[in-house]
Design a protein around this ligand. Structure first.
Ligand SMILES: [Zn+2]
Length: 310
């Protein structure tokens, strides 16, 4: 499934659960969130880069690598540790579900505006600033920002997600000089260990394996987590079993996902564990999977997610 189709589907799903009508415009648009003044040069260069990004993302999709948007939720949750399953799920309803929907749409329009690759690494502040100046995005409302802040600082254990919070600052920035874009993927990797691991995997397995998701900043993780939450009808707990809440993803600090070229969306399902590529990956001896079967974190088995940060 292409990203645009996914977005259309997501919005369809949102419509199906009755959340699109009458987005509330919040009267208070400023207050304590004072974003930095827009940097015109920066925004122009982002806009130029966006065109290039879209092309490269499009090429990547055409290679059939799939998109992390489609990370599958298995049909039953018996794989999830008991402690996680026994908690009462946290579900967004009413006004909160409406807010979740409007935030998700705005995040999606930021991604469309700056391009898939740029969106992977944009910081929270840069995004807020850009949204104010980009007519097709529009400023985040005070209510939306407050909601994102609340979401970021909520302890994910309440969802039944027991992973570590690896990024504790909402405004954490990914330094451009610390990352690079891996060819034909639309994704970034951290220089150093992540790059070395990926290079070795490519060398040892060959062209049939490719990175399907790399460095992800806070906005990108919000986008994926909220997309998954909408798919789960507002159920944050269920979403957290297949997508880490923002701040809790190791993609923020070095991990990456791999898939089989041409395997498309199945790269983000447990079917990936049946491929020769996965078998070879396991035989290398230097690769560990972040969320193996029966992991204690309340996360489904993710055969595609390579652990880099130890
Ligand atoms: Zn991953």
């Amino acid at each position: 499934m292409r990203r645009r189709d996914f977005l259309a589907l997501s919005l369809g799903a949102i419509a199906a659960i009755g959340c699109v009508a009458g987005r509330k415009e919040d009267a208070v648009k400023t207050a304590k969130f004072v974003a930095p003044q827009p940097q015109t040069d920066l925004i122009e260069s982002i806009e130029r880069a966006a065109i290039e990004e879209e092309q490269s993302a499009q090429e990547a999709m055409e290679e059939g690598i799939g998109s992390e948007d489609s990370q599958a939720v298995p049909k039953d949750n018996l794989e999830i540790v008991k402690e996680s399953r026994e908690l009462k799920p946290i579900v967004a309803q009413g006004d909160e579900l409406e807010l979740l929907t409007s935030v998700f749409k705005r995040l999606a329009s930021v991604q469309k505006y700056i391009g898939f690759g740029n969106f992977n690494i944009i910081s929270f502040d840069a995004m807020i600033s850009l949204a104010r100046t980009a007519k097709t995005v529009g400023a985040f409302t005070y209510a939306e920002l407050t909601y994102l802040e609340k979401l970021f600082f909520r302890d994910a254990k309440a969802y039944g997600f027991f992973g570590e919070k690896v990024t504790t600052k909402l405004t954490e920035e990914i330094a451009q000089k610390e990352v690079f874009k891996a060819p034909n993927t639309g994704h970034y990797l951290y220089k150093g260990k992540a790059a070395q691991v990926y290079e070795s995997v490519k060398k040892d397995i060959g062209d049939s394996i490719i990175m399907t998701s790399g460095v992800r900043g806070i906005p990108k993780q919000f986008y994926l987590f909220l997309a998954k939450t909408l798919e789960c009808k507002g159920n944050y707990s269920e979403a957290s079993h297949s997508l880490a809440p923002a701040g809790y993803s190791y993609h923020g600090i070095g991990d990456f996902d791999v898939g089989k070229v041409g395997y498309g969306e199945k790269n983000f399902t447990q079917d990936f564990a049946q491929t020769q590529e996965f078998e070879k990956l396991m035989q290398l001896g230097y690769i560990a999977i972040r969320y193996p079967r029966g992991n204690p974190y309340g996360v489904y088995f993710e055969p595609w997610h390579v652990e880099v940060v130890t």
